[in-house]
Write a protein that binds this ligand. Sequence first.
Ligand code: HEM
Length: 154
Amino acid sequence: MHDLLLFLHATTKWFVVTSLPFSILYFYISYRQKKTITKLHNQVKNTTLSIVHIQLLLGILLYGISPITNYFWDDVAAALSHSEIYFFGGIHFISMVIAVIIITIGNLEAKRATSDRQYYNVLLIFWSIGFLIILCAIPWPFSPFVTRPWFRFY
Ligand code: HEM
């Protein structure tokens, strides 16, 4: 079960890190061209938000069964001396939850927007901040902190 969730979580990462910049770019171009919001804008927004929420759900499930996070909660003091343990037990979890909350608030605020300009502004600001946090909290293979492979095949 852990291997399956880890594989799904590692794979969905690619949907998150492609759909978010794609949406941000799409909203930015629409904003610059003063385009009226269409059904397509909302579809792009909702699809991206669903991908981010699926990743959040997979992350929460993984957090519940991962040997790394179990070790973290068994002995938090000892875990603080192992970068991989406190990264996944604390930093990754907290940063990602904050990022998803910011992205979700952006979506709610965009729904309440009273003009197209406000819709684009809100999404561009909230989603860019959320995306930056996600980029920083991913254990990239080149990360100075904790590294994981580009792709996971099991
Ligand atoms: C929403 C954006 C998120 C992204 C892009 C993301 C990405 C990743 C990546 C790339 C890995 C390494 C996978 C591998 O070993 O190949 C990972 C591991 C992990 N993630 Fe996330 N994650 C996100 C959110 C979350 C959240 C919200 C949680 C917890 C609530 C979480 C919990 C974990 C845990 C526990 C691991 C390590 C599991 C293990 O090795 O046993 N993730 N994540």
